[in-house]
Design a protein around this ligand. Structure first.
Ligand code: BGC
Length: 401
């Protein structure tokens, strides 16, 4: 029984409850133990199989994550490892310290190790063509995980969240908070986007920008810095300190005697830097609306404390479930399509998309999960009641496990 295997491996009371409650439903609200995840950057953790190998096409899975320095990838790595192990796969998990060359080496190592499937979240979507050509030559299928890998025909599928919708939710949140359809304005807004090497970053930015473009055109929203293009607002490597420095400069140059109403940040690591800049360098006394994405611990604390206004939460535990079922189907020689969603019996929403993600060699069939807006008002219902986080005695949510 799948449920028994999962329980044996995941050792999580919350998951145990969710599986019993959902029968064979395979979505999980669990943030289970991360104990057996790789603990060092650029390290590889050859996991043991929890059961007999499940797939005819082999039982070794190589998982390449970008870095442990950005919170979410630690969760992704652990969830993926647990999921694949629960189905009897042997897992090698690597983290590459956000270093492109290191990730290439790590993937070469996984290929040399004769993995049967690669799951890769790229540091730089443009830099893996060569190494993935090797994978293709050896007949190793590759799932592009969360970030689309560009310019390679070695990718079989893409699993992610609906990235454009992430940005759209941020933009719509700002529209609603400021009541832009009715209020006279003008309001001042500044944008902070992600890493240009990450294909997702443009989707997030465009989703947010498109939702707000009408108000920018009408002059109800004004960008005092004049930085309105992706290249001007991007943050290399999604780095918190780079976002902090850039925002300190923006505040110093443009807001000494003006009110800033909105800091639209594409994710939580950049929002953290922007929030620090507002705390240290902003003269105004209003509460700036700050957006984010991921539900990182420090950002949830800031949301509780009123320093960040929202985050777009993506249940990466479910992204791992989808990746397991997809990988499993591929290794069984199937050609997964939209039917996988029904057949797998996921308890979470997911769309099969065959038009949005072209990696330069053609459209990559994509499984896209659905993100959710989290604010102070629904942290309890969206994150705690669902089992992803517990509410600590300190009054802040902490990831389970
Ligand atoms: C992910 C985001 C994350 C960002 C930085 C993106 O590719 O989709 O969830 O915030 O990388 O880690």
């Amino acid at each position: 029984m799948r449920a028994k295997k999962l329980l044996a491996v995941m050792l999580s009371a919350v998951l145990a409850f969710s599986l019993v409650a959902c029968g064979e439903d395979k979505g999980t609200t669990d943030n289970a133990s991360t104990d057996n995840a790789a603990t060092e950057e650029s390290s590889s953790d050859s996991g043991e199989t929890a059961d007999a190998p499940a797939a005819a096409g082999g039982n070794k899975v190589g998982i390449a994550m970008p870095t442990k320095s950005l919170e979410r990838w630690n969760r992704d790595g652990s969830y993926l490892e647990e999921q694949f192990k629960s189905k009897g796969y042997e897992v090698s998990l690597t983290y590459s310290d956000n270093k492109i060359d290191q990730q290439v080496k790590d993937i070469e190592g996984l290929i040399a190790d004769n993995v049967n499937l690669l799951v890769v979240a790229a540091i730089d979507g443009e830099s893996l063509s060569q190494v993935l050509a090797q994978a293709k030559e050896q007949g190793i299928p590759v799932i592009s995980y969360d970030r689309l890998i560009m310019n390679t025909d070695a990718i079989s599928y893409y699993v992610s969240f609906d990235n454009y919708t992430v940005g759209k939710l941020q933009g719509e949140f700002v529209r609603d908070q400021l009541d832009l359809d009715n209020a006279a304005g003008p309001f001042n807004i500044e944008f902070t986007a992600g890493d240009p090497a990450d294909n997702n970053a443009g989707f997030f930015f465009n989703g947010a920008k498109d939702a707000l473009q009408k108000y920018l055109d009408e002059g109800k929203l004004v960008v005092q810095s004049g930085q309105t293009e992706f290249d001007q607002v991007a943050t290399q490597q999604w780095d918190t300190s780079k976002a902090l420095t850039r925002f300190q400069n923006i505040l110093g140059s443009n807001y000494a005697d003006k009110q800033l109403d909105v800091a639209l940040c594409s994710n939580d690591s950049t929002a953290l830097g922007v929030t620090q800049a507002i705390e240290s360098d902003y003269n105004g006394s209003n509460q700036v609306i700050v957006t984010g994405q991921d539900g990182d611990e420090a950002n949830l604390q800031n949301i509780v404390d009123g320093k960040q206004t929202m985050t777009v939460y993506k249940a990466v535990a479910n992204e791992a479930v989808a990746t397991l079922d997809l990988g499993d189907a591929i290794l069984q020689g199937k050609t997964p399509d939209e039917n996988l969603i029904k057949e797998a019996g996921w308890s979470f929403e997911c769309a099969y998309d065959t038009s949005s993600y072209d990696n330069g060699t053609g459209i990559i069939p994509s499984y896209l999960l659905v993100p959710t807006v989290v604010t102070k008002d629904n942290i309890q219902s969206e994150l705690v009641d669902t089992g992803y986080y517990t509410m600590g005695d300190d009054g802040y949510p902490h990831p389970v496990g």
